[in-house]
Design a protein around this ligand. Sequence first.
Ligand SMILES: [Zn+2]
Length: 396
Amino acid sequence: MKITGDHQLIKKINKYLVLDTIRRQFPISRADISARTGLNKATVSALVNELIESSFASETGLGESSGGRKPVMLLFNERAGFAIGVDLGVNYMLAMITDLSGAVVKKKRIDIAELEAGALTDKLKKTIRGLMPHVPASPYGVIGIGIGVPGLVDDQGSVLSAPNLGWTDVPLQSILAEEFGVDVVIDNEANAGALGEKEFGAGRDVSNLLYISVGMGIGAGIILNDTLYRGFSGFSGEVGHMALAQDGPLCGCGNRGCWETFASEKALLVNARAAYDDAADADAAAPNLDTLLSLARQGDPEARRLFADTGRWLGTGIANLVNVFNPELIVIGNRMSLASAWIGEAVYETLDSRSLAFHRSRASVAYSQLGHSSAALGAASMAIQRFFSTMKATWE
Ligand SMILES: [Zn+2]
């Protein structure tokens, strides 16, 4: 029989469907795959055999039976390959190795002071190179690298603009692909964080989710109907530059009164420097987020006031977003999520008083379940997704 292009395409789609079902539902029997996908049992068996041959699935002991013979269960081989995910923050870099289900094998976090594009990409290469010896042996090895960056990224993986890094037009994807010889995916860090929370964190059972990354800047990853909303040119989510005041502080983008000039870590530090201007305490005189958190924990009223102010500004911006998007869940992530104990009440109070009652009533607010790791995990999950899509194209 002549296999036509259509048949091949249908087979690829079915095989991917079977693989995806095993990935998300394992341990699972062939009969359950058939029931979930609507494919007949003979097709499922043939495709499962191919997936076992290519190391993506394996058989394990017998599962629960509903009466007859106990079925053989199938497992997804999470360790068939490994991804590297990196969250490139403005004052830190978090890099990790994960298996194909997002389990972290090794991670490394370093502080960053030098932001210049050449120096920082060198540091990024060095950090990734340092992880390579820790990648366990596997059939597919390193399947790809994903990077979340605080800026606008085009579809070629070039960073067009990252104001908080001072970068314009950095072809990061091609720099790293050339260096490491594997597929590289670059995306905005808030998009990566949203995908990380959706795939592995607080947003697993949620279809409409806003992930608000509050670090030195503020960005959002917008997931609508289970899909990341990228906008027409791929630049959606620049919520940090929502104009909240006509004549506010000058923002890195050139405008005044943007949300991130009031509610970001950067804004908090500017206000803290003014507040502790003549403090005798050395920690307080040169505040950073960690010293402010420790002051707040010790009951320092000034630190607590600064966090409450930040929380009120965060709540104001989030209220606007809730009114526009009517989300089910808002996840506050990145560094400011560490301050949840000190900003939380102010966020809720402002959100309650500023958002429309019908919108607010069914929207919940959570802090990142993945802690620091949402963007790095999301970046790894983008690399994993890319790997499976590329793999699908090569199937016969
Ligand atoms: Zn701005």
